[in-house]
Design a protein around this ligand. Structure first.
Ligand code: FMN
Length: 471
């Protein structure tokens, strides 16, 4: 039975020498975020002591595709396929025999400011306050039985009240609005430090009512073990490190002020909703998980891989022969897509663009490349745009297309979207499309020779050559 918290993943990373331990003390106000900013593409991080708090902090658990692969037990090239499969399959959660996440239970009756116990970072200079960023918010709609799990930022307001910022088109908004229409707050549990599979499923873009905890089970290969909340009517992942229980009051509004967004700048979205915190539960030796928000790797990848899985499904439904897809960090893991496809029929490129825009309204820029291009390698993608496109014929833009409120260039909720077809088309060149390279066999032999001479540390193959050697 796999441990369903993040600690087994962290222990595995430690065995691989992939964890940096910072004894501290570190200040939660800007110092913690500064360290994480400097270690963005670096090791997983454990900070033993944050000034004034008892919980250690863990971060960078999923800040590279290699870490996602490790957590899922697959190769880097198989991540997208694993996640895509899990969007359409699942195991219903099952009740746990023991609830590690409730080894310690402190209720609002016992403590008048529960969030003050947590080392919540103040990340960026002009953010309106400190934020919990790694909280997976779980709620359900009693009448329909719909359950939802998704990330949403939480900012303490003091005295067991907090601000929660949820995009208007998210399912958590739909559930909390429905509850308010029935004259009640929505019971929620905010879980931190769950197994990476559960964290990933929280970012899936699915239909309203599709249960992300069940999809998490598909990624885990077993049902998520859950336990009833101590003070709320929600089943919470039983092995989480920390759970914040609360009532979400959709009709109680509070202004937020500036907050960082995926695109790396700030937004001011106006009002968000109020949480009334009812309990804090945790493991006896719990860690507090932090995900660096804004334009940083873990935030971009967690969102981007999940959005990508939804796009692959949409493209396949539209009969586009897609073989790989990246939602890039440069687009914050939200708006910029590179899709590798087998040769397309006339008109299929436009169908692919429309399928992506229809599936996820945030998507702004889509580049189609051939299957020989590594969609994660900006240099290769840039090369394909340069070497395989005629801008007048292969660029397709749609003005005034609907987008989300987080789009940096939107005006009145619309923006111009663009599709770039950087695939090879017949009859476009005087000679053929062949890359000028030594023969693959000669390359492989040279590779063997260098490795045989103990020179692998010097190997640094140029663009696209590594694939030829491996292949
Ligand atoms: C680390 C992280 C933080 C996020 N923070 C927020 C947030 O503050 N507000 C929000 O609306 N979405 C946020 N998201 C995105 C949503 O969790 C995501 O879009 C999710 O799929 C929405 O699901 P839902 O429509 O089922 O509610 C965040 C995503 C990640 C990975």
């Amino acid at each position: 039975m796999a441990d369903q918290s993040a600690r087994a993943h962290l222990a595995g990373l430690a065995r691989d020498g992939q964890v940096l331990r910072i004894p501290g003390p570190v200040s939660a106000r800007f110092e913690l975020a500064s360290l994480l900013a400097l270690l963005d593409d670096g090791p997983a991080v454990v900070i033993d002591r944050v000034d004034g708090f008892n919980f250690p902090v863990v971060s960078n658990l999923l800040n590279s595709r290699a870490r996602f692969a490790r957590a899922l037990g697959c190769g880097v090239g198989e991540i997208t396929a694993s996640i895509t499969r899990a969007t359409t399959s699942g195991f219903a959660p099952e009740t746990a025999a023991e609830a590690a996440c409730q080894e310690v239970v402190v209720t609002a009756e016992q403590h008048d400011d529960l969030l003050s116990l947590l080392p919540i970072p103040h990340f960026f200079e002009f953010d309106s306050g400190p934020y919990i960023t790694a909280g997976l918010v779980i709620g359900h709609e009693p009448a329909s039985g719909y359950r939802n799990a998704s990330y949403a930022r939480v900012k303490p307001l003091g005295r067991n009240r907090a601000f929660i910022g949820i995009a208007p088109n998210h399912h958590l908004t739909a559930l909390s609005r429905q509850a308010a229409e029935q004259g009640r707050p929505l019971d929620v549990a905010i879980a931190l430090g769950t197994h990476p599979a559960i964290q990933m499923a929280g970012c899936f873009y699915l239909q309203l009512g599709q249960d992300e905890l069940a999809n998490a089970g598909a990624l885990l290969g077993e049902p998520v073990r859950v336990t009833p909340g101590a003070t709320v009517d929600v089943l919470v992942p039983a092995e989480a490190e920390i759970v914040i229980e609360a009532k979400l009051h959709f009709d109680q509004k509070v202004a937020e002020g500036w907050v960082s967004e995926y695109h790396g700048m700030y937004e001011d979205y106006g009002d968000g909703q109020v949480l009334q915190i009812t309990a804090l539960t945790h493991r006896r030796d719990a860690s507090f998980q932090v995900i660096m928000p804004g334009l940083f790797s873990e935030h971009a990848l967690l969102g981007g891989l999940s959005v990508g899985a939804g796009l692959i499904t949409a493209l396949r439904q539209a009969t586009i022969p897609v073989v790989d897809l990246a939602v890039t960090k440069a687009g914050g893991g939200r708006v910029n897509v590179v899709a590798a496809v087998e040769p397309l029929k006339p008109g299929q490129a436009k169908r692919a663009f429309f399928a992506c825009w229809a599936a996820v309204s945030m998507i702004k820029q889509i580049t189609l490349v051939d299957a020989d291009i590594d969609v994660w390698d900006y240099e290769q993608v840039e090369w394909a745009r340069n070497a395989r496109m005629r801008w007048d014929e292969d660029t397709f833009s749609v003005p005034d297309a609907i987008t989300d409120r987080n789009e940096p260039m939107q005006e009145g909720s619309v923006v111009t979207k663009i599709g770039l077809d950087a695939t090879m088309k017949p009859g476009r060149r005087r000679t053929n499309w062949q890359r000028a390279l030594p023969p693959a066999e000669a390359l492989r032999a040279a590779h063997e020779r260098l490795v045989g001479d103990g020179l692998q540390a010097w190997l640094a193959p140029g663009m696209g050559v590594a694939a030829l050697v491996d292949g």
